[in-house]
Design a binder for this molecule. Structure first.
Ligand code: NDP
Length: 498
């Protein structure tokens, strides 16, 4: 997948990217292959774009701002968004299968995700005609002052491989509702579903040039996009390390930036918690998607009185988790998405043992071959244990016992990340008190890893900048303009005193 190859040399599906409403190859003619993580085989060949393709796509997006798209009312954009939601709902199973082939996540999980994603288009369709300005009392009686929220312009979206369409739609829906145009670079591990969406965006009635896809690699396509002078806003999801580079590149043109980055989120389980519910929530929070979610609840803090009981419940359940073909309905956990990710997970497991942790259950599933890791529970964790402090992005939970609430809060916040957290307790006072103290963008009480289009999502600290979802996110894609109207018609000569 990491090599460029001449097009058409093998019997695998060939794809083109989408620029200005046309399906096109890279200008260089280069391609690369996308692998299925379960089979290890290449299954798709896509264009390997570069700076030149980015330039054509951004120019198409810029021109489209002044075309028919720019003339549409919010209500008309809303109708298009609703149609797009219907089309994604119609094709959810097909798109889910493509995502599974590209990233190895369970078909049933991707299918559930794809069937829910139209809600983002419906939600922002409802907002497209409600982007209202205000009349401002300026304190000057001879002026009427009002604001307009105008589309920010060309949006560059860059997304990772773990949930390519979800993370793209979280940006696309508000961007289209606001009247922006869009250029997206999917991860080189998962380019196909985004390419497939391009035809559907056009089918919904979005004019050519409004939605463009450039496939290729981060250092070529991603970097060129973030540094392009005609990109007005960069919406990025990925690692913190890359996010910092993206923000620095965008700063050269003062492009607006939002960053949804990594996490190392704590789940705090108190001694009065319903342990069966907590065990289910912890398992769903860290082992769903093979642990490859930004909000994985991978730091488990458990009151010492229930520590052993909860760990036992976790181990008993994860021992029965069925690893296998992500396309099979009975499979409960698929492989990790690629070799680099597998190696990273393994190195964290080694370091956890070196740092004094104990693998209560888990490790590489060698008998499965390929990229399988068992759901892994590490006990004896404490700050300083690398696997407890750093994002692994794999099916690994590290468990630390605590004695009192203050210690739990301090440990939950002892990380540079601040994406999410969970609190498990039946004490309503403590539930809210602790939720308020956890420094993270989302905290669930007696639940974990639930999202909805209307609820803001994003990170504190090194987990990001800005928020996706919710009403306010539409203004991530608008610029506010103040209009001053002089009411008397008697503007004076500025050089005449008195
Ligand atoms: P990366 O940061 O490596 O890549 C993310 C995207 O950025 C990819 O499309 C990548 O391209 C591209 N990219 C790489 N280098 C550059 C560059 N210099 N300039 C511009 N773009 C570039 O992350 P991963 O793909 O490894 O994804 C996992 C990370 O994403 C985890 O840290 C996870 O926490 C985070 N994440 C955050 C979420 C959130 O909402 N907060 C949600 C999901 C994931 P390519 O890969 O093609 O080279």
């Amino acid at each position: 997948m990491t090599q460029s190859a001449p097009a058409g040399s093998e019997e695998i599906a060939g794809y083109q990217m989408s620029i200005g409403g046309e399906s096109v190859d890279a200008l260089s003619g280069n391609t690369f292959e996308s692998n299925n993580p379960y089979t290890g085989q290449a299954w798709a060949r896509v264009p390997d774009g570069d700076e030149a393709d980015v330039d054509v796509a951004v120019r198409a997006a810029k021109a489209a701002l002044d075309g028919p798209w720019g003339q549409l009312s919010g209500a008309e954009r809303g109708k298009i968004l609703r149609r797009l939601g219907d089309i994604i709902a119609r094709d959810a199973d097909e798109l889910a299968r493509i995502e599974t082939q590209d990233n190895g996540k369970l078909l049933r999980e991707m299918s559930g995700q794809l069937h829910y994603l139209p809600e983002w288009f419906y939600y922002y369709a409802g907002l497209a005609d409600k982007i209202e300005g205000e009349v401002i009392p300026s304190g000057r009686s001879n002026f009427l002052v009002y604001t307009r929220h105008e589309p920010v312009g060309v949006v560059a979206a860059i997304v990772p491989w773990n949930s390519p369409l979800l993370l793209m739609f979280w940006k696309l829906a508000p961007a289209l509702a606001a009247g922006c145009t869009f250029v997206v670079k999917p991860s080189d591990y998962t380019p196909v579903s985004t390419i497939e969406v391009a035809a559907r965006v056009q089918e919904a009635g979005v004019p050519p040039g409004v939605f463009n896809v450039v496939t290729g690699f981060g250092p070529a396509v991603g970097k060129a996009l973030t540094a392009h002078p005609d990109v007005d806003r960069v919406a990025f999801t990925g690692s913190t390390q890359t996010g910092i580079q993206v923000a620095a590149a965008a700063a050269q043109n003062l492009a607006r930036v939002s960053l949804e980055l990594g996490g190392k989120s704590a789940q705090v389980v108190f001694d009065d918690a319903d342990l069966d519910a907590a065990a289910n929530g912890v398992i769903a929070g860290v082992f769903a998607a093979t642990g490859q979610t930004c909000m994985a609840g991978s730091r488990l803090l458990v009151h010492e009185d229930v520590h052993d009981a909860l760990v036992q419940r976790l181990v008993d359940r994860v021992k029965t988790v069925r690893l296998g073909d992500p396309l099979e309905p009975e499979t409960e956990m698929g492989p990790v998405a690629n070799q680099a990710q597998f190696d990273k997970v393994m190195s964290y497991l080694d370091s956890a043992v070196e740092d004094g942790g104990t693998v209560a259950y888990g490790g590489a599933a060698d008998e499965m071959g390929g990229l399988f890791v068992r759901p892994t529970v590490i006990t004896g964790a404490k700050p300083g244990l690398r696997a407890f402090d750093e994002e692994i992005f794999g099916p690994v939970v590290c468990v630390m016992p605590f004695t009192d609430e203050d210690e739990a809060v301090a440990a939950a916040n002892a990380t540079s990340y601040g994406l999410a957290g969970g609190v498990w307790t039946k004490d309503i006072h403590r539930a809210h008190r602790v939720a308020h103290q956890i420094k993270a963008g989302s905290v669930w009480i007696n639940a974990y890893r639930v999202v909805a289009p209307g609820v803001p999502f994003g990170g504190f600290k090194m987990s990001g900048l800005g928020r996706e979802n919710g009403i306010a996110a539409i203004h991530e894609y608008t610029e506010t303009k103040a209009i001053w109207v002089e009411l008397t018609g008697a503007t004076r000569d500025p050089f005449v005193l008195g």
